[in-house]
Design a protein around this ligand. Structure first.
Ligand SMILES: Nc1nc2c(c(=O)[nH]1)N[C@H]1C(S)=C(S)[C@@H](COP(=O)(O)OP(=O)(O)OC[C@H]3O[C@@H](n4cnc5c(=O)[nH]c(N)nc54)[C@H](O)[C@@H]3O)O[C@H]1N2
Ligand SMILES: Nc1nc2c(c(=O)[nH]1)N[C@H]1C(S)=C(S)[C@@H](COP(=O)(O)OP(=O)(O)OC[C@H]3O[C@@H](n4cnc5c(=O)[nH]c(N)nc54)[C@H](O)[C@@H]3O)O[C@H]1N2
Ligand SMILES: [Mo]
Length: 639
């Protein structure tokens, strides 16, 4: 049996076996995959063989796509690129990439070309980055609990994550814990499969930093903190205590909508059931005060004396990704990816290269992204595995190999294993890996920079060679398949004081509040519904959609009470209008898992008219200019 490591942007980063019959199985020997794969993986090979595959390079001519050879495609790209560089300068060349393939090589290597050109690259703010910065303010490095810590937890509190969908191997651990009688809490405005595992707290979306204050209030004022731990491992507790005192239970109840008895019980479990783990999801972080909520939740374990008793993102690694990206090759301009829609639609940029990303659906103001992609004076090249919504608007579409058809090094942002993924299937059609395409473009425009042509295995070797976390570098990975990284111990804190900083000196230095800046989303007059969205088990973001799925349209989900008060029935048509001036038309679905005042849609939704992300703004959080995809309010009317 042959093995690959899944290159989807998912915490589980599974080891997948391909049977001689062409079936995908979870590797029984991998310590986290443990013999089972998600529903997406079971369908991968079918998906990659579907009609959606891009098999050959295509150029758009008179509104239709025409197959061309790689040489023609690359020559045309080089011609365009050269003339745009000459006429408008390198900053007008933009590269957009993100989470299509999270392999080290696939993600990073193509950027070398754009660094060398001094073009414009993006700042990756659309997912979890703000929360990562948040954790680092108090803890130094961002790592927290690993799967085995979760397995040994006496209590699990899952904040703003639906792991039954987004991390099925974490979900399995949670199921095992439940079986052992370990209390499981889920903090999510929606009822989900995850929340059915135990007790469910349903805050108003966007109010988690306040809820974390409420939990901390009970720990500090009623159940008692671990003073020994606080003295030995933290600084700034007095200031933190004062902040928490501003959020007594009644106030927290009023803001979050959660009865105080509920978060009091949660607080008691935090103190009585140690070690506990707070699993902090990306969902709650995608709000105006999302990173602040991550700060406040991550500090609860410090009150009760558990070293790094949280999980948010463990992807901190000492690999030289700057080398893989070619950061030393130039000094590109950087724009926040949340701003791409407004920038493109206002005429900015003349050449756009997109790989591993589907911004026509996934970026906020996706309506403006599509307006931009349609511009006559913008040349758009898309390298993708399938005919994505973005590819369908490109001037040139290039075929990419799937994760089974290329090699790469794959890490996880949850577990500590890194794997070497081999090519196990012949590339479909004329598809090529990401690194190959930008090498060819560089060659055609005649760039005299050796790093642009470096053998990708050599590049990986160099990027891994100085790692202290990975023993033996790429050679060890290739020989063993996967290696467990050595993370620093849980009780080492890489802050200026060497302790957990309740009061963060680094935050002060960066212009942020040294204590969590507790806040919450407030309803906008005339827009009574909060719109949130999240992952679903059968797709990763916009991937895994079969041709027959694409014909269907998604719905907007609403609570039964709200539907009744608006006179809406299942399947009825509505117009949804956000504060940003756009609007969409969709069918409505009644969902008993929703709170009043909250509407939900699947990530990547495409409606009868418009898409989900047309409804979002590009407003940013203060911390790391992170996204606020879950902080939007809308109006809903029958049509
Ligand atoms: N099957 C599948 N797995 C995936 C993905 C996928 O698309 N499909 N995507 C991957 C990626 S890129 C990511 S980033 C992760 C994301 O996975 P998660 O971390 O689980 O995050 P989300 O799916 O965004 O949202 C999870 C939950 O947050 C809740 N939520 C929304 N707003 C709030 C709030 O203000 N407070 C609280 N407490 N909860 C809130 C939603 O109701 C939802 O149930 O999953 C990864 N795994
Ligand atoms: N409303 C709303 N919007 C969201 C979110 C949300 O929760 N709600 N979540 C946000 C989050 S967390 C994320 S991570 C982003 C994800 O947004 P994107 O980064 O756009 O991710 P995908 O939708 O998976 O699209 C990736 C594309 O890469 C292609 N691809 C896959 N593998 C390869 C490869 O090896 N090479 C090349 N060249 N292409 C490849 C896929 O076919 C697909 O078309 O979406 C964000 N958008
Ligand atoms: Mo993400």
């Amino acid at each position: 049996m042959q093995r690959i490591f899944c290159q989807r942007d998912c915490p589980d980063a599974c080891s997948l076996l391909v049977t001689p019959e062409g079936e995908v199985r979870g590797d029984p020997h991998h310590p986290v995959t443990r013999g089972f794969a998600c529903i997406k993986a079971m369908n991968f090979l079918k998906y990659y063989k579907s009609e959606r595959r891009v098999l050959y390079p295509h150029i758009r001519e008179g509104g239709r796509y025409k197959r061309v050879s790689w040489d023609e495609a690359i020559s045309l790209i080089a011609l365009k690129l050269r003339s745009i560089l000459k006429e408008y300068g390198p900053r007008e060349v933009l590269v957009v990439n993100y989470s299509g393939n999270s392999g080290l090589l696939s993600f990073n290597y193509p950027l070398r070309l754009f660094y060398a050109l001094n073009a414009t690259v993006i700042d990756y703010t659309i997912c979890d980055e703000a929360g990562e910065v948040a954790v680092s303010l108090h803890y130094g490095k961002r790592y927290g609990a690993f799967p085995d810590d979760m397995e040994n937890a006496e209590m699990l509190a899952i904040w703003g994550a639906n792991i039954a969908s987004s991390s099925v191997h974490a979900y399995r651990i949670a199921v095992e814990l439940k079986r052992k009688g370990v209390p499981i809490w889920t903090i999510d405005p929606r009822r989900t499969r995850t929340s059915l595992l135990g007790r469910h707290i349903r805050p108003k979306p966007g109010s988690d930093s306040v809820l974390a204050m409420g939990v901390s209030w009970y720990i500090i004022n009623e159940f008692g903190v671990d003073l020994e731990f606080i003295k030995r491992y933290t600084i700034g507790f007095e200031a933190y205590k004062e902040l928490v005192s501003k959020f007594p239970p009644d106030k927290v109840e009023a803001i979050t909508g959660v009865p105080k008895g509920e978060f009091r019980d949660l607080a008691r479990d935090y103190i009585e059931r140690r070690p506990s783990i707070s699993y902090i999801g990306v969902g709650l972080q995608k709000t105006r005060y999302g990173a602040e909520a991550v700060r406040a939740i991550s500090l609860i374990p410090a009150l009760v004396g558990v070293h790094r008793g949280f999980f948010y993102c463990n992807s901190v690694r000492d690999f030289d990704t700057d080398y893989l990206k070619g950061k030393n090759l130039g000094n590109p301009s950087v724009v926040n990816m949340l701003d791409i829609g407004p920038l493109l639609s206002s005429g900015k940029f003349k050449f756009l290269y997109i790989y591993g990303c589907n911004p026509a659906i996934t970026f906020p103001r996706s309506d403006l992204i599509r307006d931009g992609l349609a511009r006559e004076d913008l040349y758009v090249v898309v390298h993708d595995v399938v005919w994505s919504e973005t590819a369908e608007m490109a001037d040139i579409v290039l075929p990419a190999t799937s994760m089974f058809e290329q090699f790469d090094v794959v890490g996880s942002w949850w577990h500590p294993y890194v794997g070497y993924s081999s090519q196990v299937i012949e590339p479909a059609g004329e598809s090529k890996p990401n690194w190959w395409v930008t090498q060819e473009i560089a060659r055609k425009i005649g760039l005299d920079v050796p790093e642009l042509y470096e053998d990708p295995i050599e590049a990986l070797k160099r990027a891994l060679r100085s790692s202290k976390m990975l023993d033996g570098g790429l050679d060890a990975l290739m020989e063993k398949g996967y290696v467990k990284l050595k993370y620093p111990p849980k009780d080492s804190y890489q802050t200026p004081s060497g302790k957990i900083e309740f009061y963060s000196s680094k935050a002060l230095e960066m212009g942020y509040s040294p204590l969590p800046n507790v806040g919450w989303d407030v309803e906008v007059d005339g827009y009574p519904f909060k719109l949130i969205s999240s992952s679903v088990p059968e797709r990763t973001s916009t991937q895994d959609m079969m041709p027959e799925d694409l014909v269907k349209r998604d719905s907007i989900y609403i609570s039964r009470d709200d539907a009744e008060s608006l006179g809406l029935e299942e399947g009825g048509l509505v117009r949804v209008t956000p504060t940003n001036g756009s609007s969409i038309i969709a069918t409505i679905s009644i969902d008993d898992n929703l709170l009043r005042g909250v509407v939900w849609a699947r990530r990547g939704s495409r409606f009868i008219i418009g898409t989900l992300n047309d409804l979002l703004t590009n407003e940013k959080q203060k911390i790391a200019e992170g996204n606020t995809l879950n902080s939007n309010y809308v109006r809903i009317e029958r049509v």
